[in-house]
Design a protein around this ligand. Structure first.
Ligand SMILES: [Zn+2]
Length: 141
């Protein structure tokens, strides 16, 4: 199964890892399952092909494959996977620049499935965007 990473939009196509060259959101056709509009999620390329990942509002996913002249070659199945960033693997200095000790402790606890204080996690979540802007690391806990 071809897989598209939820946040980085890196595509694993036939076992090859491809970085997206565009995340443009375009109307790219109609969903073969439900006839709704298909919107592109990411564009990738290999030496001989263009690959367009797209989805419809019903979350049907499709990977459309074209040759270098944009002749349609076929559609493939696609699934989204979420890359999990382990909080414990992020440098403490980075975390401490944005989060309090209590927030860091509870983010780690939540990720490990241990008891945590909701208030701290809510406060931490409000800062994820700031953290991503500063360090380019997307946290999703
Ligand atoms: Zn659909």
């Amino acid at each position: 199964m071809n897989q598209l990473a939820k946040s980085s939009r890196i595509l694993i196509f036939e076992g090859i890892t491809l970085e997206p060259f565009s995340l443009a959101c375009n109307m790219v056709g109609f969903c073969s399952k439900c006839d709704l509009d298909l919107e592109s999620l990411a564009y990738h390329s290999t030496e001989s092909r263009w690959l367009v990942c797209a989805h419809c509002k019903n979350e049907h996913l499709i990977l459309m494959c074209y040759d270098r002249q944009w002749n349609w070659l076929g559609d493939y199945d696609l699934e989204i996977y979420t890359e999990e960033v382990s909080i414990s693997s992020i440098a403490k200095e980075k975390l401490e620049a944005v989060f309090t000790q209590a927030e860091i402790r509870d983010m780690i606890a939540c990720q490990k499935g241990l008891p945590y204080t909701r208030q701290n996690l809510y406060r931490a979540r409000a800062k994820y965007e700031k953290f991503e802007k500063l360090f380019g690391i997307k946290i999703d806990v």
